[in-house]
Design a protein around this ligand. Sequence first.
Ligand SMILES: [Zn+2]
Length: 474
Amino acid sequence: MTKVSLKSGLEIHQQLDTKKLFCDCPSVLRKDEPDFEIKRKLHAVAGESGEIDIAAKHEIEQGREFIYQGYDTTCLIELDEEPPHEINREALKIVLQIAIFLNAKIMPITQIMRKTVVDGSNTSGFQRTVMVARDGWIETEQGKVGIDAIYLEEDAARLVQKEEGKTVYRLDRLGIPLVEISTSPDMKSPEQVKEVALHIGNILRSCKVKRGIGTIRQDLNLSIKGGNRVEIKGFQNPKIMIKTLDNEIKRELEILGKKKLIQSEVRNALPDGSTEFLRPMPGAARMYPETDLPLLKIHRNLINDVKKSLPKLRSEVKKELRKEGLNEEMVKLLFKRNKVEEFKEMLKVINKPQLIVKSLLIFPKEIARRNKLKLDKISEIIEDNLTDVLRFVKEGKILEGQVKNVLMKLVEGKSLKDSIRIEEPSENVEEKIIKIIKEKPGLSLKAYMGLVMKEFKGQVNGKEAMEIIRKLIK
Ligand SMILES: [Zn+2]
């Protein structure tokens, strides 16, 4: 690691898993063709200080035309043709949970603000944002790190195309609730930055947030002694932070060494750990009050309710799962596929944690690969029936080793009753095997096994069949 006097802060944006923030539209990103398109041109207005923001000016100088694509899942609010509805209460509750986990002070009364955005990613030219809490902290190995502020805000429209003078956005993402968490510039090493990112990530994933690529964005502020403030945007993965930070420190030291003044700027994080210039740093002229909405009052009662119903931290749930006897890989898989709740439900049916994880996550994958079917579809069929199948195991109607076979039959469209039908009695099996061997004498054990399995369509105890064949071909 490069040894310098570093001051670094994190800003994290995470999408919440609720409807949109100021309307009732669903927060879903669409892959299909849009239902309509509208064209707009934006112009910058001065903020409350009377100045036009430097970042705003930078965008406007490029004289762009913006095209917005909408769906039947977007409404007039995303088009800025109707005033916003009251703030989404579910989203507010989730942000309060996060604020409590981060030891922050919740604001009893707060003002929804408009933040000037002129890259066209908001049809209104601003983004609505409200400070929900401030002055929190988290503990790290290298000491406390302050949490400056926690905001609830709306996500921007989704960029789908950008060319000379023309930018195309989709409205499906506009208005999805985001929590913004900004830490104080307390972090003194790249390692500490990573620790804080992981800690906050643990809290976020314990609450009702969206998962997957693009649902979390992490920006890093840093300044080294003698240099200006630089913001690096767009980390998807905390793993790359240390490398990027090291590279950025090197880059700045080089510039400082040449005695050039660095401008405060926003840079983009690239997957290889390097960065590129994005735009000048926005100034303070960006915010003014949202006059379409009343002051937001966060009542004591609401805060108390949220405190009583705080979710368990993900790290605690992990510990519990390991206590159940699951290995690290299985625990990871449960979280990755978001099946912890289902797992716990099944555990009430039968106390066989490994069998449950296999049935929930591993068998469906194997069956999907074998039958060349879509995993989602297979998982759905299996989950609909798994409680019953596990109950049969508990009652001794089927053996643990037969579960995969039963699930396979369910996927093939058989009824639950047919799927758990126990194989034919062994006399019958032996008779059929004798017949098979008589018909095609002189084959190998393996070849006969193949024929037998084909004859019984897999519904036979393999070991038993093997012994019968072995006995007969001796
Ligand atoms: Zn809407």
